[in-house]
Every structure is written in C-alpha cells, then in structure tokens.
Ligand binder design. Structure first.
Ligand SMILES: [Zn+2]
Length: 444
C-alpha cells in the first residue's frame, strides 16, 4: 500500500481543524440569509474558504442552508456528507480549556466539534489533498456537502434535496468504523383523543427514551396499587399519587428497557373504561416489539421493529400518546403506517406523524461497502464486521451512502460533552483510512 499521508498533511489537518473550531456554530435565531444564525453561516463560509485554498470549487446556497466543495471530473459523484453545526458548549465551568478553540493537550485536540463533526470533515479533506499531492487523478467528481442543521432538524439536507442532485455513492464521516451499512427507519407518532374527568396519567418526557416513571392521580389509588402489587411491578406512593417505575434506555433498544407507562395502564384496566388505558394495558402491555399492536416486522438484516410508548398524558382535556418506532430496513414506512392508522381508528384516536427518517441499507456485498471495509482492514488490521445502527447520520439522506468512521472500537465517545476530545493518533489513522478508501473508489 502506498503511503499518501505525510507529516505536512498531519500538521495541516491540525491547524485547519483549529481554524474551523474557532468559529462557534450552534443553532441560534435566524437572521436574513442565515436560517440557523450568523455563526453557523460564518462557519460555512470559513469552511468553503478553506476548501477553495486547497483548489476546490465551491458553492453556497443563496438562502444559507448548505454549501458544497468539488474536485475532480466525471459523470459520477462521490459524496462526503459532513455537518458543520455543533451542539452548544453547555456549562463552561466543566471545560478545562476554551470550548471554541481546538487546544493541543498532550497527544489530543480538545474543543467543541473535534469529534463531531469538524474533525472527521477535516480528515476527509486532507485525505483528498494528500491524494492530489501524490498526483492521483480522479475518475469521479468528489463533492463535500456541508450540512448546517444536523444537530437539530436536518432542514439543510431537505433544502439540498429540493435544489440539488444526489450523489452516486458516498460516505458520512460522522459515526463509527469499520462501516455502518444499515440504519433503521425512525417513525415518531402521536395518538390523540378524548381525555378523562376521572383520573390523570402522566409518563415519560422524551420520545427517544423508554419512560422510567408514570404517574397516576385519581380516587382509585388503593385499588390500582393493589393490582400493581399483584403484577409485581414496582411503584411508590407520593402524596396520594402513584409513581410507577420503569427502566430508561434509548428507544432503539426498547425491548431491553421497562416501560412505566404500559405497566401503569395494566394496573388500571380493571378500574376504568378508557380507550387509551385499554390500548396500553390490555393490548400492548410489555410488548416493545409492537407485535400485539401492529403485527410482526422483522428482517434478517436488522432484526425486530422496536415500539416504545414513550409518553402518555391523560387529563380532562385530552389523551396524548407518543410512540417511537424503529423500522427494520427492508420494510417501507407505509407498511407500518397503515397498521398504526388501523390501530388508531379502532381505538378512536387521531393519528399524527411527528417525525420520520427513512432507513439506510446498502448491502454488505455492494462495491461501496466491500471497498470501504477492505481499505479499513488493510490500514488497521482490525477485522471487525460492518455494523447496523439505531442512530442516524446524513448517510440515510442519499442512496448508496454509508457512515464510515471516525470512531474506533476503543475511542472514548466525547461527542456533545464538555472537553470534547480527538486523539491525534486516531486522527492520523483516520487520514490514512480515508485516503486509501477514496483512492480505491475514486482514483484513476
Ligand atoms: Zn455528528
């Protein structure tokens, strides 16, 4: 294997990353021409300037949602799907160095965005630069696409798709090595209907977590407590209310958690005649694969659907049930949606979609996954298999794209935390992996 990365490239990557981290880029109020705030727009402009300095031609969306930088010729486009926005620094007292400076500390860089996603973006840039410096010519156009709303609602990619062409294949350098070839579909919905004058239920705070507490208020606390005991479910009495306990876990792993909402409903079914309590307490119960509610969805590639009754609010005004569903990659959204709508109708609820992200699936034996995996294995010697993830990257916004790096098996994940850190040896290895992979996919 040829060595493309020189000491110069490593130094250049560090100072370029420092330049990018210096421009804070977390979501702020829109100003004209900057839908996510002036800082994010400045970060996009700085990034495009850096790419121009390396010989890329660049484009910025006149509305300020995204930009891209291109190099090379060819009909086909190889995409590198990055994002420049970051999460805010959080409580600054937890930082040991300025959040918006990439500070060199021993053999690591510390600063907001070094791992997510400015560092991997710069690594991909220097990988292409190293190939160019070595005289490699490309048979594809290499297009870096810079999103600016990844940490929130992905409105940048929505705009990109309204206005631009997709890519022929590509990578999102925003997750883990060796390569993530499948990300489940995500569907979050609300079922709403009539409330109850007899009791109140409130459980769960966020759609992406299995609820660990559900609270009952009403005049049948004694009877319900007795049923909870019979069922063997843990709960507490807090000034007349019942707090049913569950076990929180990310929604994508719902079957491994304990759902406080459905547990409470199970203890209520004999005491109330209410469509929401019936749905949760008689039908769904502890089934976090949704089989009782919508039938079985399961495939070889990505396993079972997960079904988390994440939030429940029942009061005298209304009933609102929030459900997070992760759909196995070989099923269409509509297949699940149809079943959910049937269910809603049967129980007299209104069905309302909150969010949807299509799944990602590129077969393991595809040219793209095989080549990326081969490059990774040859550079590192690590023979781990390609992975499936319940998480989400921009890879799923385009056909034939996968998430590729830049975290290794033993990388400490400091994304979104104080003192976000990228180890230099990992950065250097990432440079080599990206150079080798892009050489094999795009080199002439
Ligand atoms: Zn990211």
């Amino acid at each position: 294997m040829k060595k493309f990365i020189t000491e110069e490239h490593k130094k250049g990557a560090i100072s370029t990353l420092q330049r990018l981290v210096k421009v804070p880029s977390y979501l702020q109020d829109a100003v004209p021409g900057a839908p996510f705030g002036q800082d994010i727009l400045n970060s996009l402009k700085e990034c495009l300037t850096i790419f121009e300095e390396e010989g890329f031609s660049t484009f910025i969306d006149p509305e300020g949602y995204y930009g891209y930088a291109e190099l090379g010729e060819g009909e086909e486009v190889f995409g590198v799907l990055c994002h420049l926005d970051v999460v805010p620094a959080g409580d600054l007292s937890f930082w040991n160095s300025p959040a918006f400076e990439a500070t060199l500390k021993g053999e690591a860089l510390v600063g907001r965005g070094v791992q997510d996603d400015k560092g991997p973006t710069v690594a991909a840039l220097y990988a292409v630069k190293a190939l160019k410096d070595a005289g490699v010519e490309f048979d594809k156009k290499i297009r870096f696409i810079f999103g600016t709303d990844e940490e929130n609602l992905w409105r940048c990619m929505e705009k990109y798709h309204e206005k631009e062409q997709g890519v022929s294949m590509g990578i999102a350098p925003d997750a883990n090595f060796p390569v993530i070839y499948a990300e489940k579909g995500l569907l979050q919905v609300y079922l709403t209907g009539e409330g109850s004058a007899e009791f109140e239920v409130s459980g769960g705070a966020a759609l992406n977590v299995v609820p660990d507490t559900a609270i009952y208020r009403g005049n049948k606390a004694e009877e319900i407590a007795s049923d909870l005991q019979k069922l063997g479910y843990s709960f507490e009495e807090v000034s007349g209310a019942l707090h049913v306990k569950g076990k929180a876990i990310h929604s994508k792993d719902a079957p491994e958690g304990i759902n406080a909402n459905t547990r409470l409903a199970e203890a209520m079914v004999n005491h109330y005649d209410h469509q929401g309590i019936d749905l949760l307490g008689k039908l769904i119960k502890e089934d976090a694969k949704g089989i009782s509610a919508i039938g079985e969805f399961k495939d070889e590639a990505s396993g079972n659907l997960t079904f988390n009754v994440a939030t429940v609010e029942i009061n005298d005004q209304e009933t609102k049930i929030g459900i997070d569903i992760r759909i196995p990659v070989t099923f269409e959204k509509e297949q699940v949606e149809d079943k959910l709508q049937e269910l809603a109708k049967e129980y007299g609820f209104k069905y309302e979609e909150h969010d949807f992200l299509a799944s990602l699936y590129v077969p393991v034996d595809s040219e793209l996954v095989k080549t990326l995996l081969g490059a990774y294995r040859d550079v590192t010697g690590d023979m781990r298999e390609p992975m499936i993830s319940g998480g989400a990257t921009f890879a799923r916004t385009m056909d034939n794209c996968v998430a590729f790096g830049a975290m290794f098996e033993n990388t400490v994940d400091t994304m979104h935390q104080a003192n976000e850190t990228w180890q230099l040896d990992e950065m250097y290895q990432t440079l080599e992996i990206y150079a080798e992979a892009i050489y094999r996919l795009c080199g002439k």
